[in-house]
Design a protein around this ligand. Structure first.
Ligand SMILES: Nc1ncnc2c1ncn2[C@@H]1O[C@H](COP(=O)(O)OP(=O)(O)OP(=O)(O)O)[C@@H](O)[C@H]1O
Length: 614
């Protein structure tokens, strides 16, 4: 069951989603190899240490369990000399147990973070390779919520597995041992009655658990819906306030709250019944050992024992039988946990599989960091040495929506050469931005060739989208993006000048400097026009020979727009822009007009120099 198809709810992956098929085992094996990459890896040593601590813990628990029986014997024998030594021995055992327990928890936590780091890194290596993150999130929709799989599922898997690993190995042996111990005291009665008792309560528990689990996950879903509604309003509170939308928002929030509360009420009722059964089992379990031992005592099997020895034996048996029940309970808990772990491992394995498949498909990314190749999209990355470089050439390119037969543009041929800026026009939805996606290799052209001769990125062809992208970090980090400080020499004075040029010096004042640490969410702190101006500062800072401007000035005034285009010209940046305003036409040499029927035309802005129609 996956309650998170919409990407905003908590998921509890269940094995039902996966199924125990060959693929499942392959995925599980892949995760296991990541958890234990080699015999000498730290996780193997940590797991071995954990196992050793688990065995020691069992030994100490056994001895602690026998402490009361020994005390009974000491008191009934009136043996004061033994009392002190047994007391010291008991305190020693308890201290040792406390030490082992906390060390075990510590080692399990270290193991958990080691595993989390190695799985997340392996996923990051694939996810951030080229543009796989885009492909997976936007085009390849075969798996849900990759972000949740990386951030939550990996965490759950590592956390649960680190806790369960040792009990999973040890519990079958402890069950066998305490079964035998019970048998030696009460013959078959003790172990069999424990087993029957356990089986009966497990069945009742299981019957009551089903509705509790169902309503628990429904509650999680409703909780998510409720929170999401408040989050949506928080993010868009200004727009809602302009609408004076308090009444409709309140009624929607109340409807979500009502759904949540009614589910919680049902959950509470089922939990009431379940708790009643659990408490009954707890207390009945504590007297079960007396029922089992009553038979051999009343049958005279222990009539030769002194009162002290008999009390001691009764106490011992109490411990054996309660611990046996405890072991059975642990085993059931483990089986539930194993189901969860298997489901989560399946989801993570699936993500690895899809990323691996996409990687093999060879998504192109000739950014400044990487360079690769595919049949429709070729790159010959070279440094720009002369002023007549062609940034890209499109030859007979036909493109459409991914995984769809809808064609947006047919047999398009044109190029972007330095000094000749191109304006792309056309009605909304005709495929202007899609052309940029094809150019950048995000979408594949269905036919024709796209030759990119420069690096996609700040040293070759920089892209400025309509909605600028800002990451977290300082103002300087926004400007130098997608480079990092270690990749480039940054001159704060230059950045400051550009900020002043576009009228953003106020930002520096608010932040206290260009490179002052801030926890700003940049989208909340700036107006859309300011974001676009800051985006241009990024362009001016990098001064690439070519730029793609996708309605990058739609939110600024015409005066500012003219200033931004003029500065591009002054800096020698040749651009391909998309824009609707007629005022930007003078800044371009050619117009590429896209039509809704898939045809196109290319002409000089002073007069047509070339045109084609299909
Ligand atoms: N990720 C996507 N998956 C499928 N279809 C998409 C995707 N993004 C856009 N489209 C569709 O592709 C078509 C062209 O979109 P595109 O963004 O290229 O239009 P546009 O000409 O830039 O429009 P506008 O001027 O409004 O920005 C539209 O019908 C749009 O719905």
């Amino acid at each position: 069951m996956d309650t998170n198809r919409g990407g905003r709810l908590v998921t509890r992956p269940l094995l039902n989603d996966a199924g125990f098929d060959l693929k499942f085992f392959k995925r599980f094996w892949r995760i296991t190899l990541l958890l234990f990459p080699s015999c000498k890896s730290p996780s193997v040593w940590l797991a071995a240490l954990l196992l050793l601590l688990g065995l020691l813990e069992q030994y100490i628990i056994y001895n602690i369990g026998l402490i009361p029986s020994k005390f009974y014997k000491i008191f009934l024998d009136d043996d004061s000399s033994e009392f002190t030594s047994h007391l010291l021995y008991s305190i020693g055992l308890i201290l040792a147990e406390a030490f082992i327990l906390s060390t075990k928890l510590y080692v399990a936590s270290v193991l958990y973070i080691t595993w989390r780091q190695s799985i997340c890194r392996a996923l990051h290596d694939l996810y951030f390779k080229n543009i796989l993150y885009y492909k997976l999130n936007v085009i390849e929709k075969s798996i849900d919520n990759p972000d949740q799989r990386i951030t939550q599922d990996v965490d759950q898997l590592c956390n649960k597995f680190s806790q369960i690993l040792v009990p999973l190995i040890i519990t079958p042996f402890t069950i066998g041992y305490y079964f035998y111990k019970c048998w030696t005291v009460t013959s078959y009665l003790g172990p069999v009655s424990t087993l029957v008792f356990f089986a009966v309560f497990t069945i009742i528990n299981k019957l009551l658990m089903s509705p509790v689990v169902k309503y628990f996950y429904l509650q999680q879903k409703r909780e998510g819906d409720f929170r999401f509604h408040h989050m949506l309003l928080r993010t868009n509170s200004e727009s809602a306030a302009f609408f004076r939308a308090g009444r409709v928002e309140r009624s929607k929030a109340n409807a979500k709250l009502h759904n949540l509360i009614s589910t919680q009420a049902k959950l509470i009722r089922w939990e009431y019944a379940l708790n009643y059964v659990i408490k009954t089992a707890d207390y009945l379990g504590s007297i079960l050992s007396y029922i089992a031992i009553a038979f051999p005592i009343f049958n005279g099997q222990y009539k030769d024992l002194s009162s002290a020895d008999l009390s001691s034996l009764i106490s011992q048996n109490g411990f054996f039988s309660i611990y046996l029940i405890n072991c059975f309970t642990t085993m059931i808990d483990q089986s539930l946990q194993v189901t969860d772990i298997a489901g989560t491992a399946h989801r993570i394995g699936q993500l690895f599989e899809v990323l691996g498949k996409l990687k093999c498909e060879g998504i192109e990314d000739n950014s400044f960091l990487y360079s690769s190749f595919d049949s429709h999209f070729t790159s010959e990355v070279h440094p720009l040495t002369n002023s007549n470089t062609t940034a890209f050439t499109l030859q007979d390119v036909t493109y459409g929506l991914p995984k769809s037969l809808k064609v947006l543009c047919k047999n398009l041929s044109f190029q972007l050469t330095s000094g000749v800026s191109v304006l792309v026009t056309g009605n909304s939805g005709c495929g202007k931005t899609s052309l940029l996606r094809v150019l950048s290799g995000l979408w594949k052209a269905s036919s024709g060739s796209v030759n990119i001769n420069v690096c996609l990125g700040p040293t070759g062809l920089l892209y400025l989208p309509q909605k600028p992208y800002f990451t977290d970090g300082t103002l300087l980090e926004q400007v130098i993006y997608p480079l990092q400080e270690r990749d480039t020499r940054t001159d704060e004075a230059v950045i400051l000048n550009y900020l002043k040029l576009v009228g953003l010096e106020g930002l520096v004042e608010r932040l206290g400097g260009v490179n002052v640490k801030t926890d700003w969410n940049w989208y909340d702190e700036m107006s859309p026009g300011e974001m676009q101006r800051l985006s241009f500062v990024r362009l001016f800072f990098h001064k690439p020979p070519f730029a793609i401007l996708d309605e990058a000035t739609s939110q600024v005034s015409q005066e500012m727009e003219a200033l931004l285009y003029k500065t591009c010209c002054d800096l020698g940046i040749t651009y391909l822009s998309i824009g609707h305003r007629t005022t930007i036409r003078p800044f371009h040499d050619l117009e590429l007009q896209l039509k809704e029927d898939g045809s196109w035309s290319l002409h000089s802005l002073e007069g047509s120099i070339n045109s084609s129609r299909i």
